[in-house]
Design a protein around this ligand. Structure first.
Ligand SMILES: NC(=O)c1ccc[n+]([C@@H]2O[C@H](COP(=O)([O-])OP(=O)(O)OC[C@H]3O[C@@H](n4cnc5c(N)ncnc54)[C@H](OP(=O)(O)O)[C@@H]3O)[C@@H](O)[C@H]2O)c1
Length: 336
């Protein structure tokens, strides 16, 4: 992954489906700031609301339905930040309309649905990537590179957490089973992703528990052990009922890497701690917009016809792990 954008190529023309919060706050500004992209249009069920949210982007055109934006010949790449249950439908439609698609995580609700989307991407000859932005941050790339080079020896355990308190927002899409909410789907997918990235393969089996209130249709807490074989484990947790909290610890036979902010490091400067031979060293990372690095990478892949660095086989394996965690915990999935 190269963080630099090539300014000699014509910018990729982007459209966004929905006026979702993550689009408004992070990805649309990232596209506008990117060196190789241009934000052209947004489609929303409520264009008045969308226009007011997008007042920072006066160049943007608005469409009242999602079908129109994917048929717009002026648009090359579509970003999809819809509720999880709608990712498959609109990603496949956009691919079939000849667009490249950056779809929010998790790509699908089930492994089978993810497979259908990936098959559609391969048949369309267009690029598809699941939007795990933290994979483009220099901190993540540095940690994964150091592990590969053996800085802490063979990795035995990855512990990773991601949680926040959603209780004041009962209307949120994350608490809606029909929209495929749940703490594992929303934030737990990041620790799952990190474990897979560190070990370089999918877990062989999982054992898990989730917690679901009688009043809610989705789970609000997940804890799981991911068994990568030969004494290598991932321990992950996610919650919607604790203060905002994230962290990761990668435990090797010769050292330990601690990442206090593994998934949203772009907000401020961050530090990774390396404990080795009885000493603690620090590696510092400057503030950087990881969404911008993500969209610039995707646009560069479009222009150079290269497969994105975050690959679809990894997406498929992570979807399989999410499903296996729910199965192990005895949760019927999907809950529709
Ligand atoms: N990578 C990240 O950092 C990150 C961060 C947050 C969220 N996400 C992901 O991004 C996606 C969106 O999350 P968000 O919090 O931004 O969502 P959100 O603010 O709730 O927006 C979702 C949008 O989807 C559209 N929509 C279409 N059908 C809908 C329905 N039946 N119910 C509700 N909304 C519907 C609405 O747009 P219109 O009314 O304008 O059509 C709505 O504004 C999720 O997949 C989530 O996992 C990723």
């Amino acid at each position: 992954m190269q963080p630099q954008a090539d300014t000699s190529i014509s910018p990729v023309r982007w459209g966004i489906i929905s006026a979702a919060n993550i689009g408004v706050k992070a990805v649309a500004p990232a596209v506008r700031a990117s060196a190789n992209g241009k934000l052209v249009a947004v489609a929303s069920r409520d264009t008045q609301r969308a226009a007011s949210l997008y007042s920072f982007a006066p160049e943007v055109r608005f469409y009242t339905d999602y079908e129109q934006i994917i048929q717009d010949p002026a648009i090359e790449a579509i970003y999809i930040p819809l509720p999880n249950s709608l990712h498959a439908e609109w990603t496949i439609k956009a691919l079939e309309a000849g667009k490249h698609v950056l779809c929010e995580k998790p790509l699908a609700v089930t492994q089978q649905e993810a497979r259908k989307i990936v098959d559609a991407a391969r048949a369309s000859d267009r690029l598809l990537m699941e939007a795990f932005m933290y994979r483009f941050h220099p901190q993540t790339r540095w940690v994964l590179a150091q592990i590969k080079m053996g800085l802490i020896g063979p990795v035995r355990q990855v512990r990773a957490s991601f949680a926040f308190d959603i209780r004041a927002h009962p209307e949120n899409i994350r608490l809606n089973a029909e929209l495929a909410g749940g703490s594992l789907m929303d934030v737990g997918c990041y620790p799952v992703n990190l474990c897979r990235a560190v070990f370089g393969e999918a877990p062989r089996s999982v054992a898990a528990r989730v917690y679901r209130h009688s009043a809610l249709s989705v789970e609000v807490a997940t804890n799981a052990v991911l068994d990568f074989g030969e004494g290598r484990f991932g321990l992950i947790d996610a919650s919607f009922e604790t203060p905002a909290r994230q962290g990761a610890e990668i435990i090797g036979e010769q050292g330990i890497i601690t990442i206090p902010v593994p998934f949203t490091p772009g907000i401020r400067e961050t530090t990774v701690f390396i404990m080795k031979n009885g000493q603690i060293n620090e590696q510092n990372f400057e503030r950087v917009d990881q969404y911008q690095l993500e969209v610039e990478h995707f646009a560069r892949c479009i222009r150079s016809a290269q497969e994105p660095a975050f690959r679809l086989n990894e997406t498929l394996e992570n979807m399989a792990t999410i499903e296996a965690i729910y199965a192990s915990a005895g949760l019927d999935w999907p809950i529709l």
